[in-house]
Design a protein around this ligand. Structure first.
Ligand code: 13P
Ligand code: SF4
Length: 330
């Protein structure tokens, strides 16, 4: 059984999500349980506002991994997606790491199956393997070093210029990094559905309506979006850029959850989410996986300490090496 299958079986056996909790004050209970169990709630900026508000720490992928590496809490409750909680578990094999919904996966991580990637790697034995943290533990175990969008440039620059590199799994981030570094890294053909959901047609209309707005984008976005953007950066990079910029209006091409923090940081600025191809309620791009976490699931997860993340000990020993290399370089 894979790690995910084991955890799924665990959740099915404990079918507690059907329990009626309508009389529960989730926020008060989450706070109480966190204290009682000495648990830390780590949340990504793509989580719903209510979760960001009660988290002990909100960060991008790099900051969350750094926080997970140094916490002295007994338990980590991860309001994010599976690969993030799995990374936290690899860094803390003796702690309990729980994730409110095991189905909170990631299209990017799923786009890189271990068997196929292992074959690809075998075909290029002279290459070092740099992988974006948005991948499974199996892929991390096949990597020389992990990176996030915040430190990818630095990690790649740490290799000699003539070192051939495989970059996986994000083809958009990889192509952007090839352009930035002047390298010719071999790219795995994976992508994030959220960052490929933007509509150029609708964006042009929006820019015509707001000619004074600056377009900023996450590097997981497609090349045509990145070409149009005036600033490209990771979640933390985008937040810092808007804070420091003298501009008053921004169109933001990334997952819409970032707007909560951006608006709090910049009450005097107008922040507009870049439009998605599909018509949906937010008229923007939302990560359905990140949004699977709710206050109810968070409460139940803390109460029952399930579903918990398990990583095979041998796999964990291999996967921690490239993660620690990244943390040392960051
Ligand atoms: P960062 O948090 O590194 O910006 O990555 C964005 C993302 O897609 C997380 O899943
Ligand atoms: Fe994965 Fe994209 Fe969602 Fe991030 S935003 S978790 S990369 S699907």
């Amino acid at each position: 059984m894979t790690t995910l299958e084991t955890a799924k079986a665990q959740l099915e056996t404990n079918g507690f999500l059907d329990i009626d909790t309508s009389n529960i004050d989730y926020i008060a209970e989450i706070k109480r349980l966190k204290k009682e169990k000495n648990a830390i709630l780590l949340a990504h900026y793509y989580q719903i506002d209510e979760i960001q508000k009660i988290a002990d720490f909100v960060g991008d992928s790099l900051a969350l991994a750094q926080q997970a590496a140094k916490t002295d809490a007994d338990m980590i409750i991860f309001a994010g997606v599976h690969f993030m909680a799995e990374t936290a578990k690899i860094l803390n094999p003796d702690k309990k790491v729980i994730l409110p919904d095991l189905k909170a996966g990631c299209s990017l991580a799923d786009s890189c199956p271990p068997e196929a990637f292992s074959e690809f790697k075998k075909q290029h034995p002279n290459h070092k393997v740099v992988t974006y943290i948005n991948c499974s533990a199996d892929i991390k175990a096949l990597s020389d070093i992990v990176c996030t969008s915040s430190n990818a440039r630095k990690i790649i620059d740490s290799f000699p210029e003539n070192q051939p590199i495989i970059f996986a799994p994000d083809r958009n981030l990889g192509a952007y990094l090839n352009k930035e570094t002047g390298r010719d890294m071999l790219l795995w053909d994976g992508a994030c559905i959220v960052h490929e959901a933007f509509s150029m047609e609708k964006l042009i209309e929006l820019v015509q309506k707001h000619p004074d707005a600056e377009l900023i984008a996450h590097p997981e976005s497609e090349a045509h979006m990145l070409k149009a953007a005036k600033y490209i950066g990771s979640t933390a990079g985008l937040l810092n850029h808007v804070k420091q910029s003298k501009k008053k209006k921004f169109i933001v091409a990334t997952e819409v959850g970032i707007l909560f923090q951006m608006m709090q940081d910049n009450p005097d600025k107008e922040i507009i989410a870049a439009p998605a191809k599909e018509d949906n309620t937010c008229a923007c791009s939302e990560c359905a996986f990140m949004k699977m976490n709710t206050l109810k699931k968070l409460y139940l997860c803390l109460k029952h300490e399930l579903p918990n993340i398990e990583v095979d000990a041998e796999l964990s020993k291999k996967a921690i090496i490239p993660i620690q290399r990244m943390l040392e370089l960051s």
